[in-house]
Design a protein around this ligand. Structure first.
Ligand SMILES: [Zn+2]
Length: 302
């Protein structure tokens, strides 16, 4: 009798543990966080939307994360020719666990529309290039708040990613470069950048720096995506080489891959760095696919 009760109790614990560790990613919910950002207007550093977004991200983190760390620093604004205040925002889950990984996206948007045919010197809305990655990370954080991940997780929102002039790579990725030189301890052992993953026509190839820096992690993610039924989106073939936040991090000893669909929407048209980068070009389904893969990956860690 006693043993029976104990067995039942154990069974209950196991069942409740499974349900606690298997949250479901809701693409529609994530999409509302994309719209929340585009409703702020452009979020290029120094703009009103940028400041609104910073306050919004910190407030949300105070509710969902175990702790929020901000990392303010003075960056360089090549368009204004001077220093500019930037800030990385870090949500920490299980902040004391020494075994840590990070998931990240940039929250700033491009101050110019250099690939548009008109209005090239006004800032873009950045529905895909900016808001999409942040939207997925926010919903993951919401899920982690009720279902603590099995390892330490840092969710990092980079500033100053898109603040460079063409062909001046060192002016881009300012937030991740600053962090890579001043990481928050305990330092994550590896990580993922997501960028431009909201495209309604989503196809994600191997990004070539990632293939160089962290081939095993890349393989692991694409295999996982295939097992989840997303082989038509995560295509296991080499794509383009994209200088993104994963480069400074990997060069500073934190192997990082970039999950990015750089053909937005496809090989024959381009919304990237134009005023066409708006929410109607993105979809909740795309956010869900990337969210499902990351969520499953996190709960596989131990
Ligand atoms: Zn960009």
């Amino acid at each position: 009798m006693k043993r029976g009760v104990k067995g039942l109790l154990l069974l209950f614990l196991v069942v409740s543990n499974i349900s606690a560790e298997s949250p479901t990613f809701d693409g529609e919910k994530a999409f509302t966080y994309l719209l929340d950002q585009t409703n702020m207007g452009p979020r290029n550093p120094g703009s009103k939307g940028h400041q609104t977004c910073i306050e919004w991200l910190i407030n949300i983190g105070d509710n969902w994360a175990d702790s929020v760390v901000v990392q303010p620093f003075t960056g360089f604004n090549p368009f204004g020719g001077k220093g500019i205040e930037l800030i990385n925002i870090i949500y920490r889950f299980n902040p004391n666990y020494p075994q840590r990984i990070f998931l990240s996206a940039h929250f700033d948007t491009r101050p110019i529309a250099d690939y548009d045919s008109k209005d090239r010197f006004s800032p873009i809305l950045g529905a895909n290039d900016g808001a999409s990655g942040v939207a997925v990370l926010l919903h993951l954080s919401e899920l982690f708040s009720n279902n603590p991940p099995p390892v330490g997780v840092d969710i990092i929102f980079w500033d100053g990613e898109d603040l460079g002039r063409q062909n001046n790579l060192e002016e881009f990725c300012q937030g991740s470069r600053f962090y890579s030189q001043n990481p928050i301890k305990p330092v994550p052992e590896k990580g993922i950048v997501i960028d431009m993953i909201g495209d309604a026509d989503l196809q994600i190839y191997y990004e070539l720096y990632s293939l160089q820096f962290a081939p095993h992690m890349l393989q692991e993610i694409w295999t996982l995506a295939k097992n989840l039924g997303y082989a038509d989106v995560f295509i296991p073939k080499p794509g383009q080489m994209v200088y993104d936040d994963h480069v400074p991090l990997s060069l500073h000893g934190i192997p990082t891959i970039d999950i990015i669909d750089f053909q937005y929407p496809n090989a024959s048209r381009n919304y990237w760095h134009t005023h066409e980068d708006t929410p109607d070009k993105c979809s909740p389904e795309s956010l869900k696919i990337v969210g499902d893969v990351l969520l499953t990956w996190i709960f596989m860690q131990e």
